[in-house]
Design a protein around this ligand. Structure first.
Ligand code: G
Ligand code: G
Ligand code: MN
Ligand code: NA
Length: 250
């Protein structure tokens, strides 16, 4: 396919950049971490968002070199520029079908000299479904490296929190679809409040994703949600814009 060829070429020529979306702590005045999100700058087509090429990368195996570039760039930026902040990287479920993922993450850490405790790996629950025993072993090996594990898009799949408890996750990111219904929908409020409560019972940090309004933020703070992320607080930013933002907050 034509798109596959241009993705292959894009990887070779490094036509990508990362933007970073801040994640804020409970009182939402402090950035505690940033999520790395990839962008493709195609020479003819211009800016291409990940929704339009990640699944192709997964199907073709190009996700491996692409994700290696993301890991290395994010670790380097965190080590050289984002002092004190954690950085999270999205790793595709397909990458969790192979032990290679452990070596690849170890290599990115070694190359950048980043403290492993500052790297967070975001995976969707699909990563646990392919071969639960195998993926559990892989996740335990990642924990041994010292990185953190976050379950992304929580609530969109089939796992219950008790199932999740069998995997060594440090936190969950509550999917935007739940936050969208807040605070108007009683059922959305109830679901979010219960997930926050169960998460706390299992010592998982809870991030609410896709927070867009002040009302949602107030409600989440009342529910003692640990962390928030969303356009209300900040859109994803270039490294330069992020640095300015951090400096302005100091
Ligand atoms: O940045 P944006 O909101 O457009 O991201 C859309 C989707 O692409 C999200 O589900 C996000 O997790 C995914 N995504 C963004 N960057 C990466 C990446 O570097 N690797 C993988 N595997 N997925 C990514
Ligand atoms: O699947 P994942 O959680 O990694 O996806 C993150 C995606 O959500 C990114 O594409 C990011 O740009 C997007 N995003 C982050 N905050 C908001 C928000 O407040 N509203 C909307 N609509 N999208 C958001
Ligand atoms: Mn994510
Ligand atoms: Na998510």
């Amino acid at each position: 396919r034509e798109m596959e060829e241009s993705l292959r070429e894009g990887i070779k020529k490094e036509q990508f950049s990362l933007v970073y979306q801040p994640r804020y702590g409970h009182n939402s005045s402090r950035i505690i971490a940033v999520e790395a999100l990839i962008r493709w700058h195609h020479p003819e087509l211009g800016l291409i968002m990940p929704d339009q090429f990640i699944s192709l990368a997964e199907e073709t195996g190009l996700i491996i070199p692409l994700s290696d570039w993301v890991l290395k760039t994010a670790c380097r930026d965190a080590q050289q520029t984002l002092h004190g902040l954690s950085v999270s990287v999205n790793i595709s479920a397909v990458e969790f079908r192979s032990w290679q993922v452990v070596d690849r993450i170890r290599e990115a850490l070694q190359e950048s000299q980043l403290d492993p405790a500052r790297l967070e790996i975001e995976v969707t629950e699909n990563a646990t479904l392919w071969n639960p025993e195998n993926s559990l072993e892989i996740m335990l090996a990642l924990k041994k490296l010292g990185v953190k594990l976050l379950m992304d898009d929580f609530g969109t799949g089939y796992s219950s929190l008790s199932y999740l408890r069998n995997f060594p996750f440090d936190g969950i990111k509550l999917d935007k679809s739940f936050i969208d219904g807040m605070p108007g929908s009683d059922s959305a409020n109830t679901i979010v409040e219960n997930i926050i409560g169960l998460g706390k019972a299992f010592s998982l940090s809870i991030t609410a994703e896709g927070v867009e309004t002040e009302e949602q933020l107030q409600k989440l703070m009342m529910m003692e949600c640990d962390e928030t992320q969303g356009y209300l607080i900040s859109r994803p930013l270039s490294l330069t814009a992020l640095k300015e933002q951090i400096a302005a907050l100091d």
